[in-house]
Design a protein around this ligand. Structure first.
Ligand code: SF4
Length: 466
C-alpha cells in the first residue's frame, strides 16, 4: 500500500517519432515524471498526461503532429466533460522549431518543450496545474539538463541507449538539427560512465552511445583531459558484463585515427557502423556543406576495413538535393557500388523551412527525385540482400532480445544489427547465444540455436567491485 506521502497514481502516454535519441529522451521524460506518480499507459483515454515527442527530419512531420493533436483534443474534451484533466504536451524538434505555431493552431496544448528543457517538466506540470494558458519552454538553458535529470531507470531489455552528445555545429544545408538541438555539447565522461555502469547493473548487455554527431564527442575526462569518442569507447568497453557496444550517428569528418583504431582494439565494439555520406558527388557534398569529398569518405572506409576487416557499413543518402544533376546522381550510384553497404537509409530531398537548401536552387522536380530515389533504393536493396545471403552457414553470436512473433521462436540481433530468428526457450532472452545461420532473407536472418554457451549476466556485486 502506498504511504500517505506517495504521490497520487497518474497515467502517462508518450508517443515517440524519429531517431534513437528521441527514444532515449522519451525514456528520460518518463524518469523525470515518475516521482510525480506518473506510470506508463498505452491508452489515451486513461492518460492524465500525453506527450508527443516529435521529429522534424521527415517530410510533413508537423502535419502528422497536428492531426494527432486533433484526435487527442477529442479525448481531452471527453475527459474534461467527466471532470478529469488531461495535460497535453508537445516535445522534441517540431516543438522547438514551431512552438508558437503549435499554440496558435492548437490552443488546447498545455506544454510545448524543446529537447533541451525536459528536465524542467515537473515544474512545467506544476505551472500548468496552477494556471490557464500554455507553458512554452523552447530556449537553450545555460544549465546542463543532464545534471538535473534523475538516474536512469533500469533498461527495459538487454539493449540500452545512452546519449553522450547532443546538438551540432556543422550546419549541413538540409538539416534542422543545429537549429532545434542547438550547439554541440558533450556530457562529461564520468557522468556517461556512471550511467553506463547503472545500465549494465540493470541488465543491459549492449549499449549504443547516441549523439546527433556522436563522433564529435569531446567530453571532459575525470583525468582532467578532454576525451574523444575513441577513448570513451575504451572505458565503457571495460565495464564488466557489457558484451556489446555501438555508437550512432557519425559524421565522416570526425572519424579520427584514435576512433578508427578503437574498432581494431575492442572486441565489444560491434563490426557495424552507420556513417552517413548523403551523396557521392563532390559538387553536391560542397552544396550540402558536408566539409569533405567523396575520396575522403573512401579513405575512412579503407582505414576502418584495415582496422576491422569484418566491419559492415550503413549510410544515409539524399536523392534530389537542390542543384543535383544527372551526373551528380550517377556519382552517388558509383559510390554505393564501390563501397558496398550492408544496409542504408535513403530519402527524397524535402525542404525544411529555415535551412539554407530550402531557398537554394534549382529545386529538382518531384518526378526526377522519385526516379533517382528508386534507383538508389534498388541498388541498396540488392546490396543488403546479398550481404544477408552471404551470412548463410556462418556461426555467430546473437544477442537474444526476447520472443519472436511465432510460438517457440526467439528474436535477436547479429553483430551486424540484422534481426535473427531461431527456435529456442524463452529463458534465452537477454543472453548472448551461438547460432548457425540457415538462410539470409532481405531484411532478416533465419538461424538454428546451437545450444548452451549462454553467458550469465554479471551480478551487481561483480559490477560494484569493478
Ligand atoms: S552533421 Fe548531421 S546533425 Fe549536423 S547538420 Fe549535418 S546532418 Fe544535421
Amino acid at each position: 500500500m502506498p504511504s500517505d506521502a506517495s504521490p497520487p497514481k497518474k497515467r502517462l502516454l508518450i508517443r515517440t517519432w524519429g531517431c534513437q535519441m528521441n527514444v532515449y529522451d522519451s525514456a528520460r521524460m518518463a524518469d523525470v515524471l515518475a516521482p510525480l506518480g506518473y506510470a506508463p499507459t498505452e491508452l489515451p483515454e486513461e492518460a492524465d498526461m500525453v506527450i508527443l515527442n516529435t521529429c522534424h527530419i521527415r517530410e510533413k512531420a508537423s502535419e502528422k503532429v497536428f492531426s494527432d493533436l486533433g484526435r487527442l483534443r477529442g479525448v481531452k474534451e471527453e475527459k474534461a466533460a467527466r471532470g478529469e484533466r488531461m495535460i497535453l504536451a508537445v516535445a522534441g524538434c517540431v516543438a522547438q522549431a514551431e512552438g508558437a505555431e503549435i499554440t496558435a493552431r492548437a490552443p488546447y496544448v498545455d506544454i510545448v518543450l524543446g529537447p533541451q528543457t525536459y528536465h524542467r517538466l515537473p515544474e512545467m506540470v506544476a505551472r500548468v496545474s496552477r494556471a490557464a494558458g500554455a507553458v512554452i519552454e523552447t530556449d537553450f538553458p545555460a544549465e546542463d539538463k543532464f545534471d538535473h535529470l534523475p538516474e536512469t531507470a533500469a533498461p527495459s531489455g538487454p539493449i540500452a541507449f545512452l546519449t553522450v552528445q547532443e546538438g551540432c555545429d556543422k550546419f549541413c544545408s538540409f538539416c534542422v538539427v543545429p537549429y532545434t538541438r542547438g550547439a554541440e555539447f558533450s556530457r562529461p565522461a564520468a557522468q556517461v560512465l556512471a550511467e553506463a555502469r547503472r545500465l549494465v547493473a540493470g541488465g543491459a548487455r549492449e549499449i549504443a552511445l547516441l549523439g546527433q554527431n556522436v563522433n564529435a564527442y569531446h567530453g571532459a575526462g575525470p583525468d582532467g583531459r578532454e576525451w574523444g569518442l575513441g577513448w570513451l569507447l575504451r572505458e565503457v568497453a571495460a565495464i564488466p558484463g557489457l558484451a556489446r557496444l555501438r555508437y550512432t550517428t557519425s559524421h565522416p569528418r570526425d572519424m579520427d585515427e584514435d576512433l578508427i583504431a578503437a574498432h581494431g582494439e575492442l572486441p565489444q565494439l560491434m563490426p557495424f557502423l552507420h556513417l552517413p555520406v548523403q551523396s557521392g558527388s563532390d559538387r553536391m557534398l560542397q552544396a550540402m556543406n558536408r566539409g569533405h569529398k567523396a575520396a575522403d569518405f573512401h579513405r575512412v572506409v579503407e582505414k576502418l576495413r584495415a582496422a576491422r576487416p569484418d566491419i559492415a557499413l550503413s549510410s544515409d543518402f539524399i536523392a534530389g538535393h537542390p542543384g543535383e544533376s544527372d551526373a551528380d546522381h550517377a556519382a552517388t550510384l558509383a559510390l554505393i557500388r564501390e563501397v558496398g553497404f550492408a544496409q542504408a537509409f535513403s530519402f527524397k530531398y524535402s525542404a525544411r523551412p529555415g535551412t539554407p537548401a530550402a531557398g537554394a536552387g534549382p529545386q529538382v522536380p518531384e518526378a526526377v527525385k522519385d526516379a533517382r530515389l528508386a534507383e538508389i533504393q534498388a541498388l541498396l536493396r540488392d546490396q543488403q540482400e546479398a550481404f544477408n545471403r552471404s551470412r548463410a552457414g556462418a556461426v555467430m553470436e546473437v544477442l537474444c532480445t526476447g520472443p519472436a512473433r511465432h510460438p517457440g521462436q526467439m528474436a535477436g540481433r547479429s553483430p551486424w544489427l540484422q534481426p535473427v530468428h531461431f527456435d529456442g526457450p524463452a529463458q534465452l532472452a537477454g543472453q548472448i547465444v551461438p547460432v548457425r545461420i540457415t538462410a539470409g532473407h532481405p531484411n532478416s536472418l533465419a538461424a538454428e540455436w546451437l545450444g548452451g554457451a549462454a553467458k550469465a549476466p554479471p551480478s551487481h556485486q561483480e559490477i560494484r567491485a569493478a
